[in-house]
Every structure is written in structure tokens, then in C-alpha cells.
Ligand binder design. Structure first.
Ligand code: CMP
Length: 495
């Protein structure tokens, strides 16, 4: 009875003495070590009482062997892997690698225990361990996913402890990593454990720990009347004055787009104040507001004017305005002065309007023409090719109420001159087809046109030749009656 007690207590005492010696080093096992020493004592005591073949001893020895592996691994971890001689450098291996090693060591010891102590055949142990692994693997799919992502994180190192991450729109700081999850701390000081698998599927932005500066962008909208150079100068002044903004890299300001209600700018400021980022962005944004105000630069806010309108009425009103405008213009045309009001009204109804930029050609000399123009706004220059190459002779400048294009329209001859917009202009256009019924309705129109054409031809000849007298004689020689006849026949009017 004494002998097993001596053996048991002896083993226990030796192991405890060893522990006392080890305590000078930073060992991390305590409770577990004492349990192990106790089991060691029990195994020794059972060995001398029931013998190594007894099931009780086998059970105790198996537990003891597993505990031995556990304790030895823990001592190895404390005294070697943790690098106690140079604690500042941190562990030799990452935590995840150490955890995996521990599991492998324990699994190997378990197989040894099953075959050597419990005397189970090795193939049966391996098969059963494989089956168990498969079952466990299926059951622990999510856990394994986390473990594998954890391994990838350890190898790839996309972030370190202390780094600030943007994860699913939230800014968080990495506190710790493990084989299952990453411990993160929010700006509110709350800790959250994100499973490693989250990092395999989410897009993570790493701002770093603040050791290197990062660029923070501020989007600003300023009204269109603010010159970009002034806006950019104001934004850069803000960036230079805010505490926590880096000078190198220097801040930058860009025009990024022309928006609906103003010009879009981007100010990029570099900072290391990641822990205080909200305060930093607040300071920059607030100072932008004050600086823009001081500089008299306005930040627009979207405005929208909603007008209800009756399409049919608007169309009718536009038609009426158009007619009024055309009638008023025709009243300015001396050629139409004696015409019956209904003929003028029909002419006005047939007219359309066109706008031309400065220098644009309305009529080109020598081309076929089939419309009459009346100047509504601005003026046009009537020019003709000179005898010498590349010279142009100005025949007339026509302002509001001046008409042109009637010559070739009435006679069927090519355009006698070129008409060019002299500054921007707006003209009324009457198509030849719209003019014909009016000549039928009021035959005097043909006579009025004939006189006008003759007068212009005379003036052109006078300008070209500089001899008004002779020109007039020449024109008169071309019988007025012949021209009138031509015009009448062009419109199909029989006198
Ligand atoms: P048309 O010949 O159809 O095309 C050129 C137009 O210039 C012409 O009709 C007249 O309307 C106009 N035109 C030609 N000669 C003169 C002139 N001497 N004075 C004013 N306008 C003219």
C-alpha cells in the first residue's frame, strides 16, 4: 500500500520541483501543469498496483500521454516560440502557425497512444481517424473556411495589427488576428470579431497604421461664375492651414466635372491622422466653407423651376406671335406697301424664319434660287464678283425690312449676287411656291417686283461701271414690258 503512494507522490513531487525551477522563465502553463503532474503520479501509482496491462492504467496512461504532449508543447511555445530572450521582436512564428502545429502534434500523439498504449491496430486507427476527419471536415466546413482564409491572411499579410481598414463602408482598426477571426475595433471603441472568411469575399481598403500619409479626397461644388483659378487657390489655402495635413506630399486641387448647378472640384489632402480621421475631415470641410465665404465664392444648391403649360394653347400663341411678327416686318417692306391686307396676311402665314452667324452665306452668286428673304434682325451685305480675279464689289447693305433673292425667284435666272450675314442676323424666308398664288391674287405685285428688279439691275450696273447715266439708259433699253412679261409668265399670270 505504501509503495504505490511513494511512487505516485514521488513522481508528482519531481514534476512540481521541475515546475518550480521552470518558473524563473516566463512559462505560460499553470493549472494544466499541476493536473499533468497529478496524472503522472496516478499513472506511476497504478503501474505498481494494477500493472500496465490493466484497463485503468491504460486509460490513465493515455490521458497522461496526451497531457504530456500538451504540456511539453506549451513549454516549447513559452520558452522558444515566444522568443522570451527578445520579447520586443514578438513570437518566432505567427499565432496561426503555432495553433496548427499544436493540433498536428496532439493528433500524432493521439495516434501513438491508440496504437502503443491502447494496442489498437494502426490501419484501423488511421481509417477511423480518416473517417472522423471527413465527418468533422463536413461538419466544420465554415470553421475550415475561416482557417484556410486565416492561413492566406498570415501568408499574404494584407493588413497588420494597428492598420485602419475600410470594410463594407465601416472604418475599423485591426486589433488581433487568429485562426478563426480578426478582431477589429470601431471608431466608437467597440470590438467586433469578423470571421476570416469575410476577408476572402469582401473588398478591403487598407489605410495603413498612419506610419505613411494617405490622401483624403474632398468633393466641393462651386457656382459657374467662380473662376477655377480662384477656387483652387482657396481650397489649397485651406489644405495648408488645417492641423494634421501633410506638406509632403503637397495637397492638390482639380476641376473634375461640370455639373448641373456648378463646377465640381476635388481637393486631395494627405494626412497620418487616421485615428482622428473624422475630426480631420470635419476641420477641412468646415474651413472650406469659411474660406469660400470669405472669398465670395458660392456653393450652389440644386434648384429647379417647374412650369405647367397647355401645349395646344402655347402652340396657338406661338403661331399668333409668329404672324404678328411677320406682318409687322412686311409693313416695313416698301415693296408691299400698297398690297391688300389679306394678301400681306397670306404672305406672313407662308413665311418661316432662319438665323445665320456672322459671315455665313445666305445666297451664292450663280446658284439657282427659289426663295425670297426679308431681313428681320441684323443686316446682310450684297456683293458681286469684280472683273478682276478675287475682287468683290459691295452693292448694298440691307437692314430690317430689306429684301433680297427676288431676282432669280422672279426671272428664273441664277442668283445675281452673293448675300452674306453681316454680324448675326435673322431673316424671313418666303418660298417661291407660296408667292405664286399671291401674284395671282394681286397682279400689281408682279409690277412692283418688276420695278424693283429693274431699279436694282440699274444700280448694279452703275456700281460696276461707275457710269450711272449710261447704265440707266442700258436698263431702259431692256424693255420694262419684256421683264414684266417674263415675270408674269413665270408665275403663270396672263395679263
Ligand atoms: P437674286 O439675284 O435672286 O440673288 C442675289 C440678290 O441680291 C438679288 O436677287 C437681289 O435681291 C439682291 N441684289 C442684287 N443686286 C442688288 C443691288 N444692286 N442692291 C440691292 N440688292 C441687290
Amino acid at each position: 500500500m505504501i509503495q504505490p503512494l511513494v511512487y505516485g507522490l514521488g513522481v508528482f513531487a519531481i514534476l512540481e520541483l521541475l515546475y518550480a525551477a521552470l518558473r524563473r522563465w516566463p512559462v505560460r502553463v499553470r493549472m494544466l501543469y499541476h493536473v499533468w503532474a497529478l496524472v503522472g503520479g496516478v499513472v506511476a501509482a497504478l503501474a505498481v498496483t494494477v500493472g500496465p496491462e490493466a484497463p485503468a492504467w491504460k486509460t490513465a496512461a493515455s490521458i497522461g500521454a496526451l497531457l504530456t504532449a500538451f504540456v511539453l508543447y506549451s513549454l516549447l511555445d513559452s520558452l522558444v516560440f515566444q522568443r522570451p530572450w527578445q520579447p520586443a521582436l514578438g513570437p518566432i512564428m505567427p499565432k496561426l502557425a503555432r495553433d496548427v502545429l499544436r493540433i498536428v502534434v496532439l493528433a500524432a500523439v493521439a495516434i501513438v497512444v491508440a496504437t502503443v498504449i491502447l494496442r489498437q491496430p494502426l490501419p484501423a486507427v488511421l481509417v477511423s481517424s480518416t473517417v472522423v476527419s471527413a465527418v468533422v471536415g463536413l461538419a466544420l466546413q465554415d470553421v475550415l473556411k475561416n482557417v484556410f482564409t486565416g492561413v492566406a491572411i498570415e501568408l499574404e499579410r494584407p493588413f497588420e495589427r494597428g492598420d485602419w481598414l475600410l470594410l463594407d463602408g465601416k472604418t475599423v482598426q485591426v486589433v488581433d488576428t487568429s485562426w478563426r477571426s480578426v478582431r477589429l475595433r470601431t471608431r466608437d471603441g467597440l470590438d467586433l470579431w469578423e470571421p476570416n472568411s469575410v476577408f476572402a469575399t469582401s473588398r478591403v481598403v487598407n489605410y495603413g497604421s498612419g506610419a505613411r500619409p494617405v490622401g483624403i479626397n474632398f468633393e466641393v461644388h462651386v457656382t459657374y461664375d467662380s473662376p477655377p483659378a480662384r477656387v483652387k487657390a482657396a481650397l489649397l489655402a485651406v489644405a495648408r492651414s488645417v492641423p494634421g495635413a501633410e506638406r509632403d506630399p503637397a495637397p492638390e486641387a482639380f476641376v473634375t466635372a461640370f455639373g448641373d448647378s456648378g463646377v465640381d472640384y476635388r481637393l486631395r489632402v494627405w494626412t497620418r491622422q487616421l485615428a482622428q480621421l473624422n475630426r480631420f475631415t470635419d476641420a477641412v470641410n468646415s474651413r472650406i466653407w469659411y474660406e469660400l465665404r470669405r472669398q465670395g465664392l458660392d456653393v450652389p444648391f440644386p434648384t429647379r423651376i417647374v412650369r405647367w403649360h397647355d401645349a395646344a394653347r402655347e402652340e396657338q400663341r406661338a403661331e399668333e406671335t409668329h404672324l404678328e411678327q411677320a406682318t409687322a416686318l412686311l409693313a416695313h417692306v416698301h415693296l408691299f406697301e400698297g398690297l391688300a391686307p389679306d394678301v400681306v396676311a397670306r404672305l406672313a402665314a407662308a413665311a418661316t424664319y432662319q438665323r445665320f452667324d456672322d459671315g455665313e452665306l445666305l445666297v451664292r452668286e450663280g446658284e439657282h434660287g427659289d426663295s425670297l428673304y426679308v431681313v428681320e434682325q441684323g443686316s446682310v451685305a450684297v456683293t458681286k464678283r469684280g472683273a478682276e480675279h478675287d475682287t468683290r464689289i459691295t452693292l448694298a447693305t440691307l437692314g430690317r425690312g430689306g429684301f433680297f433673292g427676288e431676282m432669280s425667284l422672279l426671272t428664273g435666272e441664277p442668283r445675281s449676287a452673293t448675300v452674306t450675314a453681316d454680324g448675326g442676323c435673322e431673316v424671313m424666308v418666303v418660298a417661291g411656291s407660296a408667292l405664286a398664288p399671291l401674284v395671282h391674287a394681286d397682279p400689281r405685285l408682279a409690277e412692283l417686283f418688276t420695278r424693283s428688279v429693274m431699279a436694282r439691275q440699274a444700280q448694279t450696273a452703275a456700281t460696276l461701271e461707275g457710269r450711272r447715266e449710261r447704265a440707266l439708259e442700258q436698263v431702259e433699253a431692256r424693255a420694262e414690258a419684256t421683264l414684266l412679261q417674263r415675270i408674269r409668265s413665270f408665275f403663270g399670270v396672263t395679263s
